[in-house]
Design a protein around this ligand. Structure first.
Ligand code: NAP
Ligand code: GDD
Length: 323
């Protein structure tokens, strides 16, 4: 698995270990250890290996050594706003990183099933609701790179008969979500404001609408795609969309706060081109995979607020916060 240290990787590792898998995760070398999301996993079946999606040699060596039965490609520079600042690096991890990994598998002749983390961001400006046949209209370097990777996966499936399934996942969140993404930024700030650690929250576009689900539900769909008789592509979404403003309502409301007293607009968080409205139609996944989301929008945001309150309490009492 690439991206095991990320939000989705941590939930997927737990799911696979629970099913009796031996899990091998690629981790990047960094000057400090960055494994907060998987530190709690205590299993002899979890193995971590240094590697990088920008380093083809490391990918070839790992595929040769591990000979995996299933590969989940979750690694990415996954922040849309940052992709405008670092377009080349974003393309190198997201687009060419996928190519490097597929080529390693193909060149070595390893017979495995491959999951590609495609994204609803690929739909960009396409009108909602979006489904598997909606044309891609990407609006960021990140989205362009995801379209490349997605279409490359489809090409390798057709050209070489490889078992490659792409999950076109709409936004999914959790208490493990990275702090720079809008839901977590809001839930964390609300908890910190409630307990006196912060006073203000700076945000960009409050009118953007997303189809937000719970990451724990979404990793089940990833696994399920690789258990089917044939590879295919699936939209994974809740079928509901909400605005950033509604996230603020639920998060601050859960703490009896008025967000209007704390939120300020900061143009730094606006994007050169925005995706206004993502709203997925996951009918195919429901029919073919039997998948449906369990956690509702307000349950998700409330769950995140409560977890962030726990972290604040830990900080205030001198314990280490979980995330
Ligand atoms: P995330 O929390 O940002 O995690 C990204 C992971 O990729 C981390 O483990 C990160 O490692 C790793 N990574 C970054 N650059 C890398 C590189 N050069 N080489 C190897 N690994 C690298 O993302 P996520 O939310 O779990 O998302 C997982 C995947 O699904 C991503 O591909 C994302 O683009 C895609 N996706 C996410 C959503 C969503 O709403 N969450 C929706 C659709 C698609 P470090 O921990 O070392 O940084
Ligand atoms: N991050 C962030 N920070 N977003 C903000 C802010 C802010 O201060 N203020 C408003 N927003 C708006 C963004 O402009 C965007 O319209 C929306 O909130 C969601 O932003 P993010 O949470 O950063 O997510 P995203 O939709 O751009 O991308 C996420 O979902 C994609 C799937 O659709 C990421 O997880 C991608 O990796 C993923 O592919």
């Amino acid at each position: 698995m690439t991206g095991i240290t990320g939000q989705d990787g941590s939930y997927l590792a737990e799911l696979l270990l629970g099913k009796g898998y031996e899990v091998h995760g690629l981790v990047r070398r960094s000057s400090t250890i960055n494994r907060g999301r998987i530190d709690h996993i205590d299993s002899p079946d979890l193995h971590l290996h240094y590697g990088d999606l920008t380093d083809g040699v490391s990918l070839v060596n790992l595929i040769r050594e591990i000979e995996p039965h299933e590969v989940y490609n979750l690694g990415a520079q996954s922040h849309v706003r940052v992709s405008f600042d670092m377009p080349e690096y974003t393309a190198s991890t997201v687009a060419i990183g996928t190519l490097r990994l597929l080529e390693a598998i193909r060149e070595l002749g390893v017979k495995c099933r491959f999951y590609q983390a495609s994204s609803s961001e690929m739909f960009g400006a396409a009108a909602p609701p979006q489904h598997e046949r909606t044309p891609f209209m990407p609006r960021s370097p990140y989205a362009c790179a995801k379209v490349f990777a997605h279409q490359l996966c489809q090409n390798y499936r057709d050209a070489y008969g490889m078992f490659i399934s792409c999950g076109i996942l709409f936004n999914h969140e959790s208490p493990r979500r990275g702090i720079p993404f809008v839901t977590r930024k809001i839930t964390r700030a609300a908890a910190r404001i409630k307990h006196g650690l912060d006073r203000r929250l700076f945000l960009g576009n409050l009118e953007a609408r997303r189809d937000w689900g719970f990451a724990g539900d979404y990793v089940e769909a990833m696994w399920s795609m690789l258990q089917q008789d044939a590879p295919d592509d699936y939209v994974i979404a809740t079928g509901e969309s909400h605005s950033v403003r509604e996230v603020l309502d639920v998060a601050f409301g859960a703490l009896d706060l008025r967000w209007e007293s704390h939120v300020e607009l900061d143009p730094r968080y606006l994007r050169p081109t925005e995706v206004d409205h993502l709203h997925g139609d996951a009918t195919k996944a429901r029919k073919k995979l039997g998948w449906k989301p369990r956690v509702t929008f307000s349950q998700l945001i409330t769950m995140m607020v409560r977890a962030d309150e726990e972290d604040v309490r830990a900080t205030l009492t001198g314990r280490a916060p979980k995330m």
